[in-house]
Design a protein around this ligand. Sequence first.
Ligand code: FAD
Length: 584
Amino acid sequence: MGSSTSTELISAVQVPVTILSMLEPEGLLWPKQAELKNNSAYDYIVVGGGSAGCVVSSRLAESGKDTVFMAEAGDDPPIISLLPGLFSLFPGSIYDYQYKSTEDTYAAKGQNNYTKLQAGKMLGGSDSLNHLLHTRGTPSDFDTWAEISKDSSWKYDNILQYFIKSERLVDEPTLKKYGKYHGTSGPMGISRQPRDSQVANLLKAFAEVGNPSVLDLNANITLGYTQPQFMIADKKRQTPAYSYLKNVKNNSNLFVSKNTRVTRIIFDDNKAVAIEAVYKGETYIFRANKEIIVSAGVYNTPQILQLSGIGPKEHLEKFDINVINDLPVGDNFVDQVSVTLVYKLESHIPFLPNLADVDLDPTAVPFPVLAGSVALNKSATNPDYQTYNLLLGQNTPLLPVACAVVFDLRDEICDKWQKEIINRDALYTVAALLQPKSRGTVRLASADPFKDPVITTGYFTNNEDLETMVKIIKDFTTVGNTEYFKKIGAELAGLDLDVCADKTKGSDEFWKCYILNHAGSPYHAVGSCPMGEVVDGNLKVKGVEGLRVVDASVMPKIPHGAPNAAVIMLAEKAADMIKSANAN
Ligand SMILES: Cc1cc2nc3c(=O)[nH]c(=O)nc-3n(C[C@H](O)[C@H](O)[C@H](O)COP(=O)(O)OP(=O)(O)OC[C@H]3O[C@@H](n4cnc5c(N)ncnc54)[C@H](O)[C@@H]3O)c2cc1C
């Protein structure tokens, strides 16, 4: 199956899936649609029902006392969102905002000059379609947040309790060894998906080049290769739309309005008092007695703030938006740019898929996965890069699906890999630069709230990032010299690139060319409304009253890992802060 065929096939499957989802009985899995009344008032209004929004709303509603109104632009998730093996059905569907970057002829060549930026548009947000990896980052990440926000409550020793509170880890070996770092009674089920025999040789190879095999990168160990934890338990994706909301969805004090687009926040002087939202073409005003919490994610939170008059003055004035507070909203956008490498591994019986590798169970991750956290300086404690390594069985359709659908690389790139890899297993590696120096922006395209925001990723605009990425590739590919890789004749695929033909293969210049032609987003963007600049350590928007931001956009520094676990943690902490601020 070619790459364009796999993209077409996925699009074709999306239609019946969407229709099937419409048949789900209302209120069974997800909260019912609230009855809407213009000008109604609630204690708390939460804008956006994604990862953070579901956590905050659930925690604020759990006492049964305060009324909570959560407005979500998307619909209920389709049933497939609970099936971890089917995440490749989401890109390009109605559940994906399908954002793309501004034209980027430098770093987005591998994606036809526009980086594809998926984002979930449904209850549970991006957590209802993401790749399920549960990585917390390292302890020093949160100490840095505390420093930047000048608020010691963000120190690792103080926030660990919120990781624990959120979590129900179902993995005996990890609990036995690292139990004190984990929770067993939180809403979000977490498990590993061990495939020991399939990954043993690979783990050994990575260890041979200095990367120890470790059990748990979410405890006190920051470096090594592991079979990672996933947001999967009881054979279901643990999207907070399910794991958190199920505990409160029948509470009479929780009001969830789906397909409801919040268009702006309304201020009385400098106090946020209400939101304006559009539901089925009608405009409504909903009032907040206590607070408004914006949890619309790294792209839409800055958009809503800017539409409401909170943002860079010059930019807002261009659209005749009345400036409430001149803040650098949308300025610090950062994503862990990634590059993909594919190794040809073992060969099995020619032409047939290796049946042992075909996993048709939709309740599990469809292939063995290794995550590696690696420091370039071997005496450092924090990793410079993380790799997500998918072991794809020979001649299965998983390679074109991963390449063309999940990571959205150009068909020619994916087809080349597939052709070279025929009759071999593949190691599909996405290597992410964990702490890029480059920054992007999120800006308004117009004052129309229904227009997509303008997203500039900024990938590799700081040249140091490209230099570091070259070092990362050179470090990662040392695995090619290991006993196992040599024994099976493992080789990197797809290196014969016309665009890089004038560079000597393996030279720094060659790798730079390769990187700029194969870069993409691992979908780990954060930081567009960061603590210290836009919000304070309590996540209150600076210079105004009654308004907080609680989502990935407040992270002042990107964690050394995929961000979702930290989003859930910060939403748990925010709920406690909000409750205690409004206790009297
Ligand atoms: C394809 C993909 C794969 C990923 N894989 C991983 C992974 O494996 N591990 C990991 O840790 N992280 C992963 N991430 C990142 C992770 O999912 C996000 O960091 C996290 O979900 C962000 O949470 P959030 O609450 O900030 O935003 P979101 O979860 O995106 O929620 C924002 C919500 O706000 C709603 N909204 C937006 N605008 C409005 C509006 N105007 N009115 C009302 N509602 C609005 C949206 O519809 C959405 O539901 C992935 C992300 C993507 C897209």
